[in-house]
Design a protein around this ligand. Sequence first.
Ligand SMILES: C[S@@+](CC[C@H](N)C(=O)[O-])C[C@H]1O[C@@H](n2cnc3c(N)ncnc32)[C@H](O)[C@@H]1O
Length: 225
Amino acid sequence: MSGSIGLDETLAAYVQAANPPEHAVLARCRRDTDAMGDISRMQISPEQGAFMQMCARLTDAKIAVEVGVFTGYSALATALVMKERHGSAARLYGCDNSEEYTAPARRYFEDAGVDDVIDLRIGEARDTLEALKDEIGGRADLMFVDADKTGYDAYYEAGLDLLRPGGLILFDNMLWNGDVADPGRVAADADTAALKALADKVRDDARVHSAFTAVGDGILMAIKR
Ligand SMILES: C[S@@+](CC[C@H](N)C(=O)[O-])C[C@H]1O[C@@H](n2cnc3c(N)ncnc32)[C@H](O)[C@@H]1O
């Protein structure tokens, strides 16, 4: 999504200008993806990129997992901070099931000099996350979930296995353009129902501290206790 829900054009422009300037390769990724047409709505906004970078700094992320890479904007934003802080020892595991969508992402990672810290794994995210449990179980600092909405609950459970205590998991699109607050949409649509069910579950889950924010299209944040 190109901006935060509920902001008019003037305020959206203000928020964008109040954030640090985008890295040149991030700006190129955004522009090229915009040119792809309707599907570009899947990309996070620049202000959300700045928010992701802040989360990477706050968690001092050295190991991160992303579910839903697409053309690479969020992974690149996060990896730039991780590499700045941890050099080539940083590792961001990117999960996506599309070679087609992630092909340009690989080029941006290379152009920005972070291809050595991004490990892109193509396949069903459930399988990739299961495999990652053996490799980084209990050690991930940060996880970002931005893929199929009916998979979010499984990604949450896998995330709790992957994260260290104090590690942060973020779920994108938790407002689903407002649909989650409409009982009719929750009853009629599987994606909307899945997002509402996850929000309720995380709020009441003693395994985490959580906060539901209206950044972008709604970001649910949870820290593993
Ligand atoms: C909303 S886009 C991610 C946007 C990205 N975070 C960005 O900043 O541009 C969702 C991505 O999830 C991927 N995806 C959807 N379902 C998936 C699944 N079951 N397993 C792995 N990847 C999946 C899609 O191929 C797509 O690239």
